[in-house]
Design a protein around this ligand. Structure first.
Ligand code: GLV
Length: 324
C-alpha cells in the first residue's frame, strides 16, 4: 500500500527522520534557511500530513491550500502559530511537544538571568577585544543573584523548573499564574503566590513563562515596568509579544529597570532597534530549547503524533482531540 504523503518543513534529525520515513512518503525541506511561504503552500497541496516549525503560520490560507490534510504536528510546545479552531473546523488534528523541553528551557532562562546580572556578554566582548587592561576593582560589577527575589510570571511546567533551580541560590520565589496551583506544589518549591502587581514591585528578576494568548499579549507593558524596581531585570523565554517591546526600550532608556535578557521578540527575526545597541540587554536568537537532546526529542514527539494519527490511534499531544 502506498504510504501517506507528508511534508516536513525541516530535514529533522537522524532518529525521527528514520521513523518518519518508515511510515510516510516524505517531502523534506532540506535547505538550512526557512522555506518561503509560497513553497510551503505549493508543496502542502497534495499532503495528508504536515510537520512544521513555529515559523510556519498554520491558518486558513494554508489549510485551504491543503485539502487532504489530516494532521499538523508542530515541533514546538508553543502553538500560537497554529489556528487550532481553523484546524478543528476541517477535522485536522493539531499537535505540539509539551514536557520534553521544560528542563532545557529552564536551564536557558537561568543562562540569560546570570548573563545579564553578571554582565557576561560585555565581559566576553572586552576579553576578546584586546582592550582588557587587567583586574580592576570596579570593573564590570553586576548584580548579585543569590539571596534575591525571583518573580515567575507563569508557574506551569517551565516556570516550576526555573523555581527548582532557584533553590540553590537561596532565593525568595514569588509566582503568579491565572491557573491555580496546588498548594503542596508551591510549598515544595518554596514559592509564594502573589498578585501580579506585588510580583512586579518586589522581584529583582522577573522571568516570563506564559503561553502567548490574546489575554497575555503585552502582559508586560509600561504599567508593569513602572512598578518594577530600578534595579530589577526582565527575562523572557516565552513568546516575544507577551512583552511590549517599545515599552521595554522606553523603560531601559529612562532607567525604570536595570536590564533585560531576551530569547524571543515581538516580530522575529526582527529585533527592536532600540535594544540592539544597549549594553544592559542580552539578546539570544530563540534558542531556549536548543540542546541536541531536546530538539531531537521534540522532533521525535512530532513524528510519533503523526504516526499515531495514521495508525488510527489518538495522537498523544492532540490540541483538539474532539476532532477524532
Ligand atoms: C519554542 O519556543 C517552543 O515553543 O517549543
Amino acid at each position: 500500500m502506498a504510504k501517506p504523503k507528508l511534508l516536513s518543513t525541516h530535514k529533522l534529525f537522524e532518529a525521527p527522520r528514520k521513523l518518519l520515513d518508515e511510515h510516510f512518503d516524505v517531502d523534506y525541506w532540506e535547505r538550512p534557511e526557512r522555506p518561503p511561504r509560497a513553497e510551503v503552500l505549493a508543496r502542502v497541496a497534495d499532503k495528508e500530513a504536515l510537520i512544521c516549525l513555529l515559523t510556519e503560520k498554520i491558518n486558513d490560507e494554508l489549510l485551504d491550500a491543503a485539502p487532504k490534510l489530516r494532521i499538523v504536528c508542530n515541533v514546538a510546545v508553543g502553538f500560537d502559530n497554529i489556528d487550532v479552531a481553523a484546524c478543528t473546523r476541517r477535522k485536522i488534528v493539531a499537535t505540539n511537544t509539551p514536557g520534553v523541553l521544560d528542563e532545557t528551557t529552564a536551564d536557558f532562562a537561568w543562562t540569560l538571568l546570570m548573563a545579564v546580572a553578571r554582565r557576561l556578554v560585555e565581559g566576553d566582548q572586552l576579553t576578546r577585544s584586546g582592550a582588557w587592561a587587567g583586574w580592576n576593582l570596579d570593573q564590570l560589577c553586576g548584580a548579585d543573584v543569590w539571596g534575591k527575589t525571583l518573580g515567575l510570571v507563569g508557574f506551569g511546567r517551565i516556570g516550576r523548573a526555573v523555581a527548582r533551580r532557584a533553590a540553590g541560590f537561596g532565593m525568595r520565589i514569588l509566582y503568579n499564574d491565572a491557573i491555580p496551583v496546588a498548594p503542596e506544589v508551591a510549598q515544595q518549591l518554596n514559592a509564594e503566590f502573589v498578585e501580579r502587581d506585588k510580583l512586579f514591585a518586589e522581584a529583582d528578576f522577573v522571568s516570563v513563562h506564559v503561553p502567548l494568548l490574546p489575554e497575555t499579549r503585552h502582559l508586560i507593558s509600561a504599567a508593569q515596568f513602572a512598578k518594577m524596581k530600578k534595579t530589577a531585570y526582565l527575562i523572557n523565554t516565552s513568546r516575544g509579544p507577551v512583552v511590549d517591546e517599545a515599552a521595554l526600550v522606553a523603560a531601559l532608556q529612562t532607567g525604570e529597570i536595570a536590564g533585560a535578557a531576551l530569547d524571543v521578540y515581538e516580530n522575529e527575526p526582527k529585533v527592536h532597534a532600540g535594544l540592539v545597541g544597549r549594553k544592559d540587554v542580552v539578546l539570544a536568537p530563540h534558542i531556549a530549547s536548543a540542546s541536541v537532546e531536546t530538539r531531537t526529542k521534540m522532533a521525535m514527539m512530532a513524528v510519533e503524533n503523526c504516526v499515531a494519527r495514521f495508525e488510527g490511534k489518538k495522537p498523544p499531544n492532540a490540541l483538539n482531540p474532539e476532532v477524532l
